[in-house]
Design a binder for this molecule. Structure first.
Ligand code: F6P
Length: 612
């Protein structure tokens, strides 16, 4: 009875409390909290899901006087952005022996690549040398497929930074970790702190510093928290910089690819655009300029979510495909396509998705995107991301049950879009498009493409955009929001979310292991030790933990977990019912919709407790 009472208690509590109050989920950092706005997102129809996501995204731009935390538009955040922009400008002015390095894990690393590529491209266009480099935990393979384990490796982080900046005399290092949690990034920041003559560290993340992860990192004398504490001291003398506004909990708890990813893109684009304008058009870097630029991103949210119905229709189409075991394909051109790839790759750890559930393809593939390690197609089927891979591997088997989404803009080769659209239309009528154009510009073939598609989200952007902000950046953020909404919503409709928790997450690194344990505690009401035990039993597929298993380290656990499906649901069913692993597995097979399986167990548990 205690179990149910606890779970019910948490539900009632969460629904009524503001996440900013001190007693709201007090043991969790903001980035891991559950958002009261999305408590019932798993039961909502597509149109309500979109509205909830809109409300969550709007929290990023909330300006509250006397708020407990720094926010995106806070004074201190704008000031830090100005200072970092000035450092970038210095490097632009005197690029010799200097480098800017952006680094992160998962989506944060992918965005590091995205922003680096865009900035360097712009510099090359102006005949300026490229000054920016990126690092992603797990190397380029992780750009388009989920490689979560390296996130736990601080040594690999430090070594990759050392390697990329070999011989440089001045390095501005920007480490991104939304949760202030990744050991990989902590290792790099610590490396910077050891070599202050060369490195200036900047940390981008979305928790207050006291909530930085403080768990010991095996083999290290530092934690993320201790590194941040040192940086805070150095920040007073501008020898380090912290950019850590709080965005409010994610719509799906812990899913930092959403608001965390969007804010990362916004903050870094503001920094780089300001530095670029200062260096090439002598526009001074000012506090007001920075704030104005940030605010203009808020308008992107308004324009994007003004098409709620269209986004909901796309979500429903994608949800239907996933529900019947078919897939969603993003077909794109240029850099909008990279956002499709980023969106698709994160579905695996977040929803336990198969890589075929949501796939992204972009024109010429890796070569076009300019990754460091070149042609990732050689690394196996999962990395085939060019249109040619789509034509060979996916098109022949496409049916009306699959959803295809074209992502393109007025500045892409619209002839090519029309050509591919015709080929796709021969196989499926379930084709849709997201198209960005500026007011007054129309592409001749757009009418034909529209006719081929069952629906088109047509975003028309005003010609006169704020001077500091490129149209391209607007289109990109808008596309990211739409894709995040569609892929998240589709998985919700498939039953991969319970309340607003990712119930079927992969347990492939220490952060995800802790998240899974917390979730089990929360949903079962059992103590941590029992939940961890159940998690291990599910990982190793045993009913009794052996001495051997108990002595294995966390890395072995998370490595083993890669091979098992539905680890968390399995552990939860065992915890709630006392079933053996086999029994729990067959229970989950009978109810393949994870949310329904979990709910059935919770119901049974309630009845059982009631009858006692
Ligand atoms: O390990 C999984 C993950 O949570 C990804 O979903 C995320 O993109 C990545 O870690 C990085 O997280 P952070 O930016 O908080 O370090």
């Amino acid at each position: 009875m205690a179990t149910v009472a606890k779970t019910e208690g948490i539900k009632a509590f969460s629904a009524t409390h503001d996440w900013e109050s001190a007693d709201y989920e007090p043991t969790l950092p903001v980035s891991e909290m559950s958002n009261p706005l999305t408590r019932n997102i798993d039961r909502a129809p597509a149109s309500s899901i979109v509205k909830m996501l809109q409300a969550c995204d709007a929290q990023m731009f909330q300006e509250k006087s006397g708020a407990a935390y720094e926010r995106l538009l806070s004074d201190q955040v704008a000031k830090s952005l100005m200072e970092v922009a000035k450092r970038v400008q210095l490097i632009l002015k005197n690029p010799q022996d200097s480098l800017i390095v952006l680094s992160g894990c998962g989506t944060s690393g992918r965005l590091a690549f995205f922003i680096t590529s865009g900035f360097n491209r712009e510099l090359r266009r102006l005949n300026h040398s490229a000054v920016c480099s990126y690092i992603i935990a797990g190397g380029d393979r992780a750009l388009f497929s989920s490689q979560e384990a390296t996130e736990d490796d601080p040594i690999s982080g430090a070594l990759s930074l050392k390697k990329v900046s070999e011989g440089k005399k001045r390095v501005l290092f920007i480490g991104i970790s939304c949760g202030l949690s990744a050991p990989f990034v902590a290792g790099q920041l610590d490396f910077c702190l050891q070599h202050p003559d060369v490195y200036t560290p900047v940390l981008v993340g979305f928790n207050p510093t006291h909530q930085a992860r403080n768990e010991p990192i095996p083999g290290c004398t530092f934690t993320f928290h201790s590194v941040v504490t040192k940086m805070r001291e150095l920040a007073k003398m501008q020898k380090a910089f912290l950019i850590n506004p709080v965005l409010g909990p994610e719509a799906i708890s812990g899913s930092s690819r959403m608001k965390g990813g969007s804010a990362t893109k916004i903050l870094l684009e503001v920094v780089f655009s300001a530095a670029h304008a200062a260096n090439f058009s002598r526009t001074p870097i000012t506090y007001n300029g920075i704030l104005q630029h940030m605010r203009s991103y808020g308008k992107v949210l308004d324009i994007t979510y003004s098409q709620t119905e269209g986004i909901a229709a796309l979500m429903e189409a994608a949800g239907r495909s996933l529900q019947c075991g078919r897939g969603l394909c993003y077909l794109s051109w240029g850099f909008l396509g990279l956002l499709g790839l980023i969106d698709a790759s994160e579905c695996k750890p977040t929803f336990g998705a198969d890589y075929k559930d949501i796939q992204g393809f972009v024109g010429g593939g890796c070569k076009e995107l300019g990754s460091k390690e070149g042609d990732l197609n050689l690394m196996g089927a999962e990395s085939g991301i060019a249109h040619i891979d789509f034509l060979h591997n996916v098109l022949p088997c496409l049916t009306d049950k699959d959803t295809v989404l074209l992502l393109y803009s007025h500045s892409d080769d619209v002839d090519e879009v029309a050509k591919l659209a015709r080929r796709v239309r021969e196989k499926t009528s379930n084709m849709h498009a997201v198209y960005h154009q500026t007011d007054g510009d129309t592409a001749a073939q757009q009418g034909e493409i529209n006719k081929l598609c069952s629906s088109t989200l047509n975003f028309i952007w005003p010609q006169a955009t704020p001077a500091s902000m490129g149209l391209q950046h607007m289109w990109e953020l808008s596309t990211k929001l739409v894709l995040n909404a569609v892929s998240t919503g589709a998985h919700i409709l498939k039953g991969k979310v319970y309340q607003n928790y990712m119930i079927d997450l992969q347990v492939t690194n220490s952060k995800l292991y802790c998240r899974a344990t917390c979730l089990l505690q929360r949903l079962s009401g059992h103590p941590k030790s029992l939940c961890e035990e159940a998690l291990l039993k599910a990982i190793y597929q045993v009913d009794k933990l052996t001495e051997d298993i108990m002595t294995c380290n966390l890395t072995t656990h998370t490595h083993t977990a890669r091979k098992v499906k539905k680890v968390v649901p399995l552990a939860l069913v065992c915890l709630l019912t006392g079933y053996s692993i086999k029994e729990a597995q067959s229970h989950l097979e009978q109810k393949p919709i994870v949310r329904e399986a979990v709910e059935a167990c919770l119901r049974e548990q309630t009845l059982f407790s009631g009858s006692l």
